[in-house]
Design a protein. Structure first.
Length: 802
DNA sequence: CAATGTCCTG
DNA sequence: CAGGACATTG
């Protein structure tokens, strides 16, 4: 009904200026029709195309390639357009605070998992895969500034409609135009964008399919257009975060750690948000340009104009029909698929994409330039009388500004996009490349693939030859499902903070929790010699730090992917490791700051009990820089040599215990060549063995006493075989997965130990407080050589295979 | 003093 | 398993 009128209303106020500027051309149809025509054709096509893919991908206002880029970005960021989260509404008030609040409870965050993605820089990308979870992740903020808000800034096209109407007195044309616009708008989900109810009515009249669209695009949720609202507080939020963190710190290093990670994430989010804003601006500008184009078409050539409309109609119609189906697919795999989806874009790789975008931009710029003169002329001829006359100067400026803005924005966008794409080329899942895959068998630490979504992307961007192989070994220490922070007692996951339990292995596994970036310094190289020789394959230390993700060469991500795609046998435990690694490394780092041993006592504040807290705090302070680095790095570096003992290392240590109960620190260094040793690490390793021994001796004593109680009289009756209870207990502890063949020698030693205990107890030596020492002395001499294979960082894989 | 190791506790 | 206390050794 009055849709039009309302339109005009809007338009006149807001866009009057722009409109007036543009209008001129239309009328006279002046200007070199030939030139503009060819150009316009091209442009038109581009526009059309852009629209079409947009639709296919997701609803977005008639924007162009840029919008696509934006979309991609957003999608990746996990800021799926319509966020469904009820809180959106209130956001205004809470601002970042709100965010913080959410994150405040790390706990629940952790449960949801996924923080991982957010965490790492690449997260943006990886996230693509995991849309849903992402949202809550640290990216609430980004979330806020999602499309809806984005749109609002554009000021929607009210203005557009306006001038069109004015210019085109023809009712028919006007109606058509409005329709088209509405449709486009509707498709693009324009909630926030004012889609006057009236217009909708109109649409209903004419096209039923529009309804679908409407449905698709639920009405705006009363968004105030304050795109920037949430941003301001970032800093504050971080500080508050800090405080919070500090307060909590004491509880667990984990928490502090987490917090740090979180901070990092937040920063990234912030960056992302800013980028988004820029994109928004760009979109706005693009929209304006588009409008101009339309006008030109209309004015210059009716037939074309009609065609255009028709085309649009067709496209739209198709889209509406397809939309349902597409949406499904789109929903499933958004990550890299966005780009292709359309025939034309199908093999679009980022490069093409960018090129295209650039081309478009140029064209637009040219067009704008051409327009300028026209405008000028028109305005002059018109004189001051017309409404648009006043706009003259402004129009010029606008054009200039627009051009500049577009250029700069484009540049930024391009960079951003490139960065994003480039970022985490994480290894893809093994299944994905059967052909490529290299013998999966040996890969150093666990490798994991992560989200499949990336396949396409990765493939395109970089032909990854990588192969990631699932390795079954990990099961070793298996951390059972371990969903939550709960640690398996037996398994040692030291201070490790489990990054995120989230791994509910979604089918899609987006999860990519591995997150993070890693920046570590990497470690020189292990001693490949022995290893490679024995292993016969690629150097273990081949992990490169994340820096060259783009490279095509294969690299393995040591971190197991939580995403479970483990084909291998042991799906049970594998992945968890990656998470822990990060933490481990961090922990190590922290620890390194102080002397783990006795010294840290002094460092710690006052209470002995609070040592942890003090330590954490001081560490944070002193090692702040390091931590930051770490956070960036951690995700990828996980297995990368360097600092920190991973769960795999623990596993390995346990297996080594079958050979040596009292390894010297030197020996440990030899066998853990992929670890950067420092006091802490050394101490930790020693401590591990100490703990192993403790357990071992406890078992021995227990069984010895049990034997005595059972009436055993002579040591002869004591034996340790693979099926004895004692062995079972030990094996359970050191070789839980039972995928390692315990050396016979160990059985002998165990038997000897048991007998020693037995004899000592029988002899009543156990009254002596240090009666065990004698036994220890005996046992320590029974250490046997540890197989060379243990020196290999990859040893686990090897060993486990057996 | 530093490195190791044990014992105990969480 | 990690921390911490404590003992031992060189």
């Amino acid at each position: 009904m009055n849709s039009l009128s309302s339109h005009s209303h809007h338009g006149s106020d807001t866009d009057s200026m722009e409109c007036s500027v543009v209008q001129p051309h239309g009328g006279p149809g002046v200007v070199s029709a030939s030139d503009s025509e060819s150009k316009s054709n091209v442009l038109r096509k581009l526009l059309k195309r852009a629209n079409s893919y947009e639709d296919t991908m997701m609803p977005f206002p008639g924007t162009t390639i840029i919008s696509q880029l934006l979309k991609n970005n957003m999608a990746k960021n996990g800021g799926p357009e319509r966020g469904e989260r009820g809180d959106r509404g209130d956001r205004g008030d809470r601002g970042d605070r709100g965010d913080r609040g959410d994150r405040g409870d790390r706990g629940d965050r952790g449960d949801r998992g996924d923080r991982g993605d957010v965490g790492f820089p690449g997260s943006g990308l990886s996230n693509a895969s995991s849309d849903a979870p992402q949202e809550d992740a640290c990216s609430n903020s980004s979330h806020d500034s999602t499309p809806q808000e984005c749109l609002s800034p554009f000021g929607r096209p009210p203005g557009l409609a306006t001038f069109d109407i004015e210019r085109l007195n023809d009712e028919h044309l006007r109606a058509k135009r409005a329709r088209v616009e509405n449709i486009i708008r509707g498709m693009s989900h324009s909630p926030s964008v004012v889609v006057p109810a009236a217009s909708r009515h109109e649409r209903e009249h004419e096209m039923d399919r529009d309804r679908e669209m409407d449905l698709d695009c639920p009405p705006p949720q009363s968004q105030q257009q304050a795109p920037s609202s949430p941003r301001g507080g970032e800093v504050c939020s971080s500080s508050s975060r800090e405080n919070k963190r500090k307060q909590r710190l004491p509880q667990q290093q984990q928490q502090s750690f987490t917090q740090l990670v979180c901070q990092r994430k937040e920063q990234k989010q912030e960056e992302r948000r800013q980028l988004k804003l820029q994109l928004e601006d760009m979109q706005k500008q693009l929209r304006q340009l588009q409008e101009k184009f339309f006008q030109i078409y209309d004015s210059t050539d009716d037939s074309e104009h009609n065609d255009l409309h028709n085309d649009l109609h067709n496209d739209i119609g198709n889209m509406s029909e397809d939309s349902p189906a597409r949406s499904d697919t789109g929903g499933d795999d958004r990550g890299g698929d966005d780009l292709r989806s359309d025939n034309e874009m199908s093999d679009l790789d980022p490069g093409h994409f960018l090129d295209r975008a650039r081309a478009l931009l140029q064209e637009q710029a040219m067009l704008a330039a051409r327009e300028k003169p026209r405008r000028e002329g028109l305005s002059r001829s018109k004189g001051q009388g017309g409404p648009g006359s006043s706009m003259h100067a402004e129009g010029k400026q606008l054009a200039e500004t627009l051009k500049q803005e577009l250029n700069s924005a484009m540049t930024q966008v391009v960079d951003t996009v490139v960065k994003v794409f480039a970022k985490p080329p994480r290894p893809t899942p093994q299944q994905a490349f059967p052909s490529l895959s290299i013998p999966p068998e040996r890969f150093p630490t666990t490798v994991n693939g992560d989200n499949p979504n990336f396949h396409t992307t990765n493939q395109r961007l970089q032909c990854f030859g990588d192969v990631i192989i699932p390795n079954p070994l990990d099961s070793f220490t298996s951390m059972p499902g371990m969903p939550g922070p709960t640690n398996d007692q037996t398994e040692a996951i030291p201070l490790v903070v489990r990054k995120t339990p989230s791994e509910h292995h979604h089918h899609h596994h987006h999860q990519s929790s591995a997150v993070g970036a890693h920046g570590g310094h990497h470690h020189p190289v292990l001693h490949p010699s022995s290893l490679s020789a024995s292993m016969g394959f690629s150097p273990p230390s081949f992990r490169h730090p994340f820096p060259l993700p783009l490279m095509g060469y294969p690299f393995q991500s040591p971190l197991g992917g939580p995403t479970g795609g483990y084909p291998g046998k042991d799906r049970s435990s594998p992945d968890s490791m990656d998470l822990s690694r990060e933490t481990t490394s961090l922990r190590t780092k922290m620890a390194s700051g102080h002397h783990m041993g006795h010294h840290h006592r002094s460092c710690s504040p006052a209470h002995p009990g609070s040592t942890a807290e003090g330590l954490s705090l001081s560490l944070i302070k002193s090692e702040c820089s390091d931590l930051q680095d770490m956070s960036d790095i951690s995700p990828y570096s996980g297995s990368n040599i360097q600092e920190g003992l991973s769960p795999n290392h623990l596993k390995k240590a346990k297996l080594m215990f079958f050979y040596t109960r009292y390894p010297s620190s030197n020996m440990l260094k030899m066998f853990f060549s992929d670890v950067k040793f420092n006091r802490c690490i050394t101490s930790q390793l020693i401590k591990w063995f100490s703990n192993f021994r403790e357990f071992y001796y406890i078992q021995m004593e227990k069984f010895a006493r049990q034997a005595i109680n059972d009436g055993v009289t002579g040591v002869e009756e004591l034996g340790v075989s693979r099926d004895s209870e004692l062995f079972r207990a030990l094996n359970m502890h050191y070789n839980k997965a039972n995928d390692f063949e315990v050396p016979e020698r160990f059985l002998e030693v165990a038997e000897i130990t048991l007998r020693e205990f037995f004899n000592a107890i029988v002899a009543g030596k156990d009254v002596d407080p240090s009666w065990k020492k004698a036994i220890y002395k005996v046992i320590c001499k029974l250490d046997s050589e540890v197989p060379e294979i243990f020196k290999s960082p990859n040893c686990l894989q090897e060993l486990l295979h057996e």
